[in-house]
Design a protein around this ligand. Sequence first.
Ligand SMILES: [Zn+2]
Length: 222
Amino acid sequence: MTPRWHRTRVRHASLSRGGSGAGGVTYDEVMTTLTERGTLELYEKTGALMRGHFRLTSGLHSDIYLQSALVLQYPEHAARLGDALAAPFVDAGAQTVLAPAIGGILVAHEVARALGVRALFTERENGVMRLRRGFTLTPGERCLVVEDVITTGGSTREVVECVRASGGSVVGVGCLIDRSGGAALFDVKQAALATVAATTWPPESCPLCRTGGQAVKPGSRA
Ligand SMILES: [Zn+2]
């Protein structure tokens, strides 16, 4: 595949130790193969990003629903997203890409393919994120942690901790879509192809319910 390189604004956040501004996030221009708009268009045209009135698994209601599996089911889209997410990290020296199972596996695979390195995934065992299936890291192995969507950053943080506990070093954190509103910050280089501002409410205070709408749960049988 020949990447078509664009100069675009990829959210390329780094922690500002001074702690200034909106969470200390800064934005740089980097070269990538997919713009933020292009990323969201791929999500929308495959039904992976829906706008409306949704009931999430957590029970909260939301105006946005993201299901990355619906865009990643198309290998050509997965490859484009992986190429684009790899771009900000080409100089990071990553030897391995890791993601939490299940949602991140294809993302890690495609980013790793673009970087020419291997892809691992972590799984929870008794509630703790671990490398299983015989996966190991060599001492100091440089790892890039990726995700499909970062909402709170919780599972990404667990993978970062898993890498460090396994002897590796984390050289970056990347996700296809950041819906944390800038709240998920890491102490390493960080990039997202797109950011999405989604609002969630408890059902009793949902403004979409108040206007008489009915929340739907995508993917469930009617
Ligand atoms: Zn509602």
